[in-house]
Every structure is written in C-alpha cells, then in structure tokens.
Design a protein around this ligand. Structure first.
Ligand code: SAM
Length: 271
C-alpha cells in the first residue's frame, strides 16, 4: 500500500502529501494541539527565541500551512518594538502598549519597521484557513501568502534574511533540492532554520504509534496519519540531516534537540 513500508514514487508522494493536507486543513490546528499536547507551540517559541528577528527582518516561512510561525514572528517583532520604544521614550513608561502603538501609528510610521513574513505553501486550503485566522487574530500588516513548491520557490535569489520550515521538510519529495532552494533565496548572511520531528534516543518515548489513532479520532482519517507517522520514521536523523544542510552550502550548521529529540531545530547560515 502507499502507507506501508514500500517505497513510493515522487509523483505519488507529492499527490499523497497534497491529499493529506487537503483532508486535514480545517482541523489541522486542533489536531496539532492534540497530537503534541500543545507542545508544538513551545517548540515554535523556541524557534523564535533562536531566530531573534529584529525590526526590518524579511522572513520566508516555507510549508507555512496555517501561519503559526509567521504570526509568532510578528508577535516577536512587536514585543521588541515595545521594549525599544519604552526605553527610548520615558514619557511612555506608564502607557499601555495599545496607547503607544496608536500614537505611534498616528505619526504615520510603521510599527513593524519594515518587517515582513511571506508564507509559502503548496496547499491553498491550508493557507486559506491561515488567512482567515490572521484576520480573526488581527494580523493585518506584514504578511503575504504565496502558493508555491519548496523545491522550486517562486522567489528571486538573495531575497530573505531568514528562511524557516516547520514540520514541512520531511513531506518534501526532494529534500536536497528544497535545501538548495532555501540557500538560493536567502541573502548572504541569511539564516536557515528548520523545526522538524527527529530521532529520539530514549525508547520509552518514541512510540509514535499513538499518532494515527489520534488522527483517526480527530479528523477521521487514519491513513493520512499513518502516512505522516511513516514520513517521520523515514526522515534522516539529526547528524545526517545536518550533513545534508552543509551539502547545500550552509555554514555553521548545528542543531538543538527538543524533548529528547522528538523534535529538533537545525540552523545554518549562508555566508
Ligand atoms: N509549518 C506549519 C506548522 O508548523 O504548523 C504547517 C506544517 S504542516 C505539518 C506541513 C505543510 O507542508 C502543509 O501545509 C503542506 O501543504 C506543506 N508542504 C508539503 N510539501 C510541500 C512543498 N513541497 N512545498 C511547500 N509546502 C509543502
């Protein structure tokens, strides 16, 4: 079957990934919280703490799905801005952030300092849900949504300060090509950051078998989840993935394990 241990062709994998995310788009966020007990949020926070974006940063979030990483990026920029502004203007010390941002915007200046996040995903349905969520949460500025394939990005060379991919690269048909594309679109000095399920050393917590069961309960789609679990199992371990990132040309590549390696963040620079 396509979901078992037999190899699948590139075209089959692409179609399967599209189908999986079409099936889960609307329930993706709920399922994500449930499957990871909400821990994916902490992991995404760790990604942002490592990234430390500054006002003016241009981020490309590939396989961005429903936009979580881009939203956190904007939150981070706003909080940096708040700290900076409170420091600069002592008279604002006792004002709320809402009051500060209002008076700042009245001066016609951009609170984000030119920061921008582009969310790029191959699946229109995931992004449509994300755009709706962005409106509900009040993210009106600093975001663009672009349909595109990570293996053939629709962007110019040397375009972004940071490239992120969160729980997306293991679904890609040609990971090597996706890494080369990441390298191409980053500016010199730009940073690659990848958050992905990884390999756990501790056998007691590597039981991913429960995930398809939860997938079935929540979205009623056992096969989709079995496929995702299988993709986690087949994804290269930390050191092997690090070597692949280096092969694409990145320097100073390293990784941080999260929760004993259930997930890991790999980082590299285009120097
Ligand atoms: N980054 C989001 C997050 O962390 O919540 C979404 C992750 S979701 C598990 C994986 C996403 O990867 C899906 O939205 C899927 O459409 C996207 N995807 C899979 N293959 C892709 C490709 N070749 N290019 C771009 N996006 C892809």
């Amino acid at each position: 079957t396509h979901f078992g241990f037999e190899p699948v062709s590139e075209a089959e994998k692409k179609e399967k990934v599209q189908q999986v995310f079409d099936n889960v788009a609307l329930k993706y966020d709920i399922m994500n919280d449930f499957m990871t007990l909400g821990i994916h949020r902490l992991w995404k926070d760790s990604l942002l703490r490592l990234m430390k974006p500054y006002p003016g940063t241009r981020l490309l979030d590939v396989a961005g799905g429903t936009g979580d990483i881009a939203f956190l990026f904007l939150d981070y920029i706003y909080s940096q801005r708040e700290i900076q502004m409170r420091r600069e203007l002592k008279s604002w010390q006792n004002l709320s952030w809402l009051e500060i941002s209002k008076s700042y915007q009245e001066t016609g200046q951009d609170l984000l300092g030119g920061s921008h996040a582009v969310i790029c995903d191959i699946n229109q349905k995931m992004m449509a849900f994300g755009e709706k969520k962005a409106r509900q949460l009040g993210y009106t500025k600093g975001l663009s949504w672009v349909v595109g394939n990570a293996e053939e990005l629709p962007f110019f060379d040397d375009n972004f300060d940071i490239y992120t991919v969160g729980f997306g690269i293991r679904n890609m048909t040609n990971i090597k090509q996706a890494l080369q594309e990441a390298y191409r679109v980053l500016k010199p000095g730009g940073r690659f950051l990848c958050l992905e399920f990884s390999q756990v050393n501790n056998p007691l917590i590597s039981s991913f078998q429960v995930i398809p069961v939860l997938g079935e309960v929540i979205v009623g789609d056992w096969k989709s989840y079995q496929y995702l679990v299988e993709s986690i199992r087949l994804f290269p371990a930390q050191e092997e993935f690090k070597a692949m990132i280096e092969d694409a040309g990145f320097m100073k590549v390293n990784y941080h394990n999260l929760a004993s390696g259930i997930a890991a963040i790999h980082s590299g620079f285009k120097l």
